[in-house]
Design a protein around this ligand. Structure first.
Ligand code: FMN
Length: 242
């Protein structure tokens, strides 16, 4: 997991893609990652390289995303009691691996067409939360991407707002540094890490699907940054030291 720390440092949401399709090598690599993540998590991620209409036009994407052709659909079993947190945790592993492949990504749970034909091809027992867009990008952010980034980062929380701790260790603070770089819906960074008598836990204020997804993403970032251990599931889930 340590190699993913580099990806945490360089990742930002990318919303404008080049028209270049993914190569068959990239598609194979991504499908392999997805297969492995589905195996360990029990989730049902799937790559679709024909998602041209999912973000078509201003109405469907509010004009936020452009030239999207590839998406990873984030879906899982409705009976999985940790579904949204798992989608966040394992989806972010995928995002970080795609980042290391030099591809651009964006988490999307709101601004896409939920009636797109792609969703009709999925098993009806699955709950679909959203997608991760993926594709080739320019090195630099476009004017549009910079504008959206600046707008969503006007009031970004500081590292110090993300935790309560009496005597935070260096490793704990490394975890917080990685946590502050996590993508979250509306850039809310609305998780909180509590350290008390050596016990570390992470909470979100309300257990909505977006917040639980944020929680999964946040736990992954803290685990990678701190290298201290692995959280139990749930808001308030405690970190098991390794
Ligand atoms: C669960 C989740 C849902 C998101 N939904 C959307 C979305 O619907 N549309 C969008 O443009 N960005 C969406 N984002 C991206 C966030 O706006 C973005 O991660 C946040 O502003 C922080 O910016 P950064 O990813 O560049 O660090 C979502 C992110 C997460 C984690």
């Amino acid at each position: 997991m340590k190699d993913l720390l580099k990806a945490i440092d360089i990742r930002v949401s990318r919303r404008v893609y080049s028209e270049k399709p993914l190569s068959s090598e990239h598609i194979d690599l991504i499908n392999k990652e997805i297969e492995e993540l589905n195996r360990v998590s029990g989730l049902s991620f799937s790559l679709h390289t024909n998602a041209f209409s999912m973000f078509d036009g201003f109405r469907k994407s509010y004009g936020l995303l452009k030239n999207v052709r590839n998406v990873v659909v984030l879906a899982g079993d409705a009976t999985d009691s940790n579904l949204y947190e798992k989608l966040g945790y394992y989806g972010e592993i995928l995002v970080l691996k795609l980042t290391l492949m030099g591809l651009g990504t964006c988490w999307v749970s709101g601004s896409f067409d939920k009636n797109d034909e792609i969703f009709k091809t999925l098993d009806t027992s699955l709950v679909v939360f959203g997608v991760i867009t993926v594709g080739h990008i320019d090195k630099e952010l476009s004017f549009r991407e910079k504008a959206i980034h600046n707008l969503s980062h006007i009031k970004t929380k500081k590292e110090r707002d993300l935790y309560t701790a009496e005597n935070p260790s260096e490793k704990f603070l490394e975890g917080i540094k990685a946590l502050a770089k996590a993508p979250t819906a509306n850039n809310s960074l609305n998780f909180h890490v509590l350290e008390k008598d050596g016990e570390i836990s992470m909470t979100v204020p309300k257990e909505t699907s977006n917040n639980l997804c944020n929680l999964g993403i946040g736990k992954l970032h803290f685990e990678i940054g701190s290298d201290l251990g692995k959280f139990k599931f749930g808001s308030g889930g405690i970190l098991d030291y390794k």
